[in-house]
Structures are given as structure tokens and as C-alpha cells.
Design a protein around this ligand. Structure first.
Ligand code: ACO
Length: 430
């Protein structure tokens, strides 16, 4: 808490409220409005939490104007170049980079929790064959509450830690099983001699009849995408995990709620929506029409993969991923006409005053779908991939929330706009 304050005067009543400023280690301070209602009788109104910090957090820092993203203080550019997804996961959860011994123990633990309960296979078989894998993932992760609920005491830090490990370990297994069920393939069990991303790719693509020949470029690209998607402070899905977590709910239920929030096209569903949009545009020559449609408010159409609530300069993840997109497509010898459409769209939109004035730049998901496509990940699995990566952030935030003595149940207020008080009339008189 800083000693600076903000003085708020209610001109109607001439009453004042002196509100303290709250500062973190970096970034802009916030006004602590905790006493506003007591002093002046007002709540605040901020739909979409555009100006509201919901918590203190030491995990991720974003400066949207400067295009800065730090995990536990480390720039995303350095982590993308030098780290691995599992190491980043350790960092997000524990706050520090591991030494070799700590990393070995962590990797070992994650690796030995990769199996899913056999009954979960039956659970997946209850879905219709064409169910969306996000629906299956959300339902299956929520169902883990039933497998572990009775034995889980969330007031015990060790049990919380174990729940986090289980989620990180089992998410790829369940995601791959959901996909295989949807295409009628038998579930492939995790091979624990492989590292995290390679193991996942084997669970996705290996068939019982022949070994999988995997280009190492694919696992490396996946690892990078997972690093970039691992956390993004109080985004919609993480805030959902925290809101559900604030009630003391089981961590699997909290993460299932996060998966549901991630699915929407305004959030993690954007990577799937980008590819659909690029396919609909079809050819670079149609880009002008699409941009005109996105600018027309009556069309209800937005350029998917453009704009961000926080980044009003550029999305640093998009800069990294754009470069990777070219490298991966080149290394795999993929000549995707949709990349030409994407590049043409990017060029036209970035020069257009509508997008410049509103600070709408390509976000991470503008390119991630193109890479996933090149890696032969099916389109309906794109958001599932995001969910696997974001599990690292979700569990880190859930753990942090349970260590924070200031955590309270999340309970926003509202401005009521319904009917004013009136008397009930019997049905005969209506
Ligand atoms: N295409 C066209 N116009 C847009 C777009 C877009 N993609 N995004 C925003 N705008 C316009 C809005 O119409 C609005 O215009 P106005 O001021 O004339 O009314 C202005 O830009 C501001 O838009 P808001 O919706 O107020 O911005 P907000 O910060 O609430 O939304 C969001 C951010 C949801 C990401 C939005 O830009 C969007 O819908 N983008 C497309 C979906 C997408 O790519 N989502 C992925 C986000 S990244 C992630 O989750 C990993």
C-alpha cells in the first residue's frame, strides 16, 4: 500500500472519501475503492473489468502499451528462445527457475501422473462421436473432481500441489483421448520415456499398427506455442478459475470452468475462428472485401485474431509466433495458401486507419492456428491445445489464490435495470 491517496468528492452531498493507492512492483497503481460504499454510498460500474484489478498477483506482468510480457519477471522473448514449456510451468507455479535437480524431480513427478483412470475412457465413450473436443475436455476435467474429490483437502498445501501436478500431467492425455475418440481411434497410453510435447504428439497421432515418424521440428514448435500460451495474468479464463476457486471449489471444477471460458471466440476460440475466417476469405484478392466488412458495424463481423483487451501496441507473443510460423512452414515444406491470405490481410489491416486508430494489431492467435495446421493438428483441437498450455497458468493462479490471506469469495455488484417494486396480482386479474 502506498501513502498516496485519491480524494473523491461527491458534489451532490459534498461528502468526500479518501481512497488509498495500491502499487505493485511494476505497472500502474490502482485506487483501492474498498471503503467507497461505506464513505459515499456508491458502488463502481465497470463492465468487462476494463479498469478494475481483481487481485494482487506475482505471476505475470503485462504492459499493454509497450508490448511487454513477463512471467515471474522473465521476458517472454527470453523464455521462448531458451526455456521449455515444462520449465516455464515450474517457474509459473514456484516463482523461480528450477536448478537441474529440481527440474528433474518436477519432470519425473509430472511424467508419473500422466495416466488417466480407465473409467474416464468410459466417460468419454458417453459422448456422441461428433462432440466438440472442447466440450469433451471440459466435461472430462470436471469429472476428475469425482475421481479425487473425497481425498482432496484444499487447505493442505501438499494436496493442492499434487492436484496441480495431476492437472498438468493428465491434461494432454485426456485431450488426446478426446480427439481419438472423435475419430474412432483407440486411446494411446502415455509413453513416459518421451518428453511432455513429444509424448502428447504420440498420444495424438501414433496408431497401433505402425510407429510414428515425428519430425523434431513439430515437438519444438509445439513447445514454443505452449510457452507463449502458458499464462496471461487475469484474462477471462484465468479470472474464471479464480472466481470459482474463491468459493473453495475443487481444483478440477475450477479448471473445467476455465476451459469453458476459454472456448469462446473472443478468447481462446479465436485460433479456430481465425482459420475458419481465412478459409472463408479463400484468396488474397478477397481481403479488401473482408476488411470492409470488419469495419462495417452492421455486419457483425470482426477480423478474428485482431485486437486485444490489454495490448494496444503489439502483442509480443504475436511477434515471436509470426517469425516461427514462417520457420515451421519452411522446415516442414508446407505451402499453405491460407498463409498468403493471412499475410495479405495483415498488410491491408495494418495500413487501414480504422485499425490504426483503434490500435488493433494481430494477436497471438492470428498465427497460432496456421502453425497448428502445419503440425497437422485438426482445427477443432486448436483451442484444446491452448487449454493444455494455459493449464500451467490456471493452476499457478489457483495455487497463488489459496496462499493469499486476502482471498475473498468473488461477488461483483450490479446496477439493477429491471421493474421497480410492484404488487403481485392474481392470474385472473392479469
Ligand atoms: N475487428 C474489427 N473491429 C474490431 C475488432 C476486430 N477484431 N476488435 C475490436 N474492434 C473494434 C470495435 O468494434 C470497437 O470499435 P468502436 O470503438 O468503433 O466501437 C473498438 O475496436 C474497440 O473494441 P472493443 O470490443 O471495445 O475492445 P475490447 O478490448 O473489449 O475487445 C477483443 C478485445 C475481444 C480481443 C476484440 O478485439 C475482438 O473481438 N477481437 C477478435 C477476437 C480475437 O481475436 N480474440 C482473441 C483475443 S487474444 C486471446 O484470447 C489469446
Amino acid at each position: 500500500m502506498s501513502d498516496k491517496t485519491v480524494l473523491l468528492t461527491d458534489s451532490a452531498s459534498n461528502r468526500t472519501s479518501t481512497l488509498p493507492l495500491v502499487s505493485g512492483s511494476m505497472g500502474e497503481p490502482a485506487v483501492d475503492i474498498g471503503r467507497l460504499h461505506k464513505d459515499l454510498g456508491y458502488f463502481t460500474f465497470d463492465p468487462g473489468f476494463v479498469s478494475t484489478a481483481s487481485t494482487r498477483s506475482a505471476i505475470t506482468f503485462i504492459d499493454g502499451d509497450k508490448g511487454i510480457l513477463l512471467y515471474r519477471g522473465y521476458p517472454i522473448e527470453q523464455l521462448a528462445k531458451q526455456s521449455s514449456f515444462l520449465e516455464v510451468t515450474y517457474l509459473l507455479i514456484n516463482g523461480e527457475l528450477p536448478n537441474a535437480k529440481q527440474f528433474g524431480a518436477f519432470e519425473d513427478e509430472v511424467t508419473h501422473h500422466t495416466m488417466m483412470h480407465e473409467s474416464l475412457k468410459n466417460f468419454l465413450h458417453g459422448f456422441h462421436y461428433d462432440a466438440h473436443p472442447m466440450a469433451m475436455l471440459c466435461g472430462s476435467i470436471a469429472s476428475l473432481s469425482a475421481f479425487y474429490h473425497d481425498t482432496l483437502d484444499i487447505s493442505d498445501p501438499e494436496q493442492r500441489r499434487l492436484a496441480a501436478i495431476r492437472l498438468i500431467a493428465k491434461m494432454p492425455t485426456i485431450a488426446a483421448a478426446a480427439y481419438r475418440y472423435s475419430i474412432g481411434w483407440p486411446v494411446r497410453y502415455p509413453r513416459n520415456n518421451l518428453e511432455y510435447c513429444t509424448r502428447f504428439l504420440h498420444m495424438m497421432f501414433e496408431v497401433p499398427s505402425e510407429p510414428l515418424a515425428l519430425n523434431p521440428v513439430v515437438a519444438k514448435a509445439l513447445d514454443l506455442l505452449f510457452i507463449l500460451h502458458a499464462d496471461h495474468e487475469q484474462n477471462a479464463s484465468t479470472s474464471t478459475v479464480r472466481l470459482v476457486g474463491s468459493t473453495g471449489a475443487n481444483p478440477y471444477a475450477c479448471v473445467a470452468a476455465g476451459i469453458a471460458a476459454l472456448w469462446g471466440p473472443a478468447h481462446g476460440g479465436a485460433n479456430e475462428a481465425v482459420l475458419k475466417m481465412l478459409a472463408e476469405i479463400g484468396d488474397a484478392k478477397n481481403v479488401g472485401v473482408a476488411v470492409a466488412k470488419a469495419k462495417d458495424k452492421n455486419s457483425g463481423f470482426r477480423l478474428m485474431g485482431f485486437g486485444h483487451r490489454v495490448y494496444k501496441n503489439f502483442d509480443p507473443r504475436a511477434t515471436i509466433i509470426r517469425e516461427t510460423c514462417h520457420q515451421v512452414l519452411g522446415a516442414l515444406g508446407v505451402n499453405d495458401p491460407l498463409l498468403d491470405v493471412a499475410l495479405a490481410l495483415e498488410e491491408v489491416a495494418l495500413k487501414d486507419p480504422y485499425f490504426i486508430e483503434r490500435k488493433l494489431y494481430p494477436n497471438v492467435d492470428f498465427y497460432s492456428g496456421l502453425i497448428y495446421k502445419a503440425l497437422k493438428i485438426p482445427t477443432e483441437m486448436f483451442t484444446v491445445m491452448f487449454a493444455i498450455a494455459r493449464t500451467a497458468g490456471w493452476v499457478a493462479h489457483w495455487l497463488e489464490q489459496h496462499q493469499d490471506k486476502d482471498t475473498k469469495i468473488g461477488r461483483p455488484r450490479q446496477i439493477y435495470t429491471g421493474a421497480v417494486t410492484r404488487n403481485y396480482t392474481s392470474i385472473a386479474k392479469r
